[in-house]
Design a protein around this ligand. Structure first.
Ligand code: 1GP
Length: 252
């Protein structure tokens, strides 16, 4: 059986090819007021990613509403557990939290979710999810029992990215955790990209356009922001501009 790359992922590649970098906005249905973000996100993000680590109760309804408002940009699920799936999204990051110390998070949770993904006809996008210091002090680090990658050892992240690539995954997400005090370092991104060549998503603790720009020129293919846009949805425009400026520089 041929395993082909789906429509959403192909669209991401085509944006990467023409613009050099992607901007994703994370919407956590568990958070209080996401309406302001959802209203604007279609104008600035290349995809909306929907998920959270502390459980979801109204995912179907929230996802339907988001889909209605954002129109043609893809809605990609970012499940915190097996309950993070809904047929109303376009795709799902099919991920292994590779550096969890519990095999539930590395392989069992995605395995339990796999049949639902098939039934819902969601496009799976294979991704390594990697928890980087200070993720241990955030929700995903706690829930996912992450053995966090120390920022002083960027080559460990690079090796995980290479391992992910050899496993056949096409994306690796370097995650400092939502609301992290500081993001994944430029050096860790640089060496991970250089050694693995995998598509790298960076998120957690990115709060300014300047920081987003630096992550992109260091080697990030996609930037995720959640917390900062919830606080100030208007910042999306500046972060998008910064991400795209970095992307253009890489293409030169
Ligand atoms: C969390 O990386 C994302 O999974 C986003 O983090 O909320 O800190 O932007 P922030």
């Amino acid at each position: 059986m041929e395993i082909s790359i789906g429509k959403v992922e192909r669209r991401l590649y085509s944006i990467l090819e023409s613009e050099g970098a992607l901007y994703f906005v994370l919407v956590d249905p568990g958070d209080r007021d996401i309406s302001q973000v959802v209203e604007r996100v279609g104008d600035y993000a290349d995809a909306v990613i929907v998920g959270g680590s502390i459980g979801v109760s109204n995912l179907d309804q929230v996802t339907r509403e988001i889909k209605k408002i954002v129109k043609d940009i893809p809605v990609i699920l970012f499940p915190g557990n097996v309950d993070g799936l809904t047929p109303y999204a376009d795709a799902v990051f099919f991920m292994s939290l590779m550096n969890s110390s519990n095999t539930y998070w590395t392989t069992l949770a995605p395995t339990l979710g796999s049949l639902t993904i098939k039934r819902y006809s969601l496009e799976p996008i294979p991704m390594a999810y990697l928890g980087v210091e200070p993720v241990g002090r955030t929700a995903v680090g706690f829930v996912g029992e992450v053995k966090e990658i120390p920022q002083r050892k960027p080559e460990i992240a690079a090796m995980y990215c290479l391992s992910a690539r050899y496993f056949g995954m096409r994306w690796a997400y370097l995650e400092a955790g939502s609301g992290a005090e500081y993001p994944v370092s430029d050096e860790m991104i640089r060496i991970s990209k250089e050694i693995s060549g995998i598509n790298i998503i960076v998120g957690g603790g990115i709060r300014t356009p300047e920081v987003a720009y630096r992550k992109v020129v260091s080697g990030a293919d996609a930037i995720v922001t959640g917390t900062v846009v919830e606080g100030d949805p208007t910042i999306m425009e500046d972060i998008r501009d910064a991400v795209k400026r970095g992307g253009r520089e890489k293409l030169r």
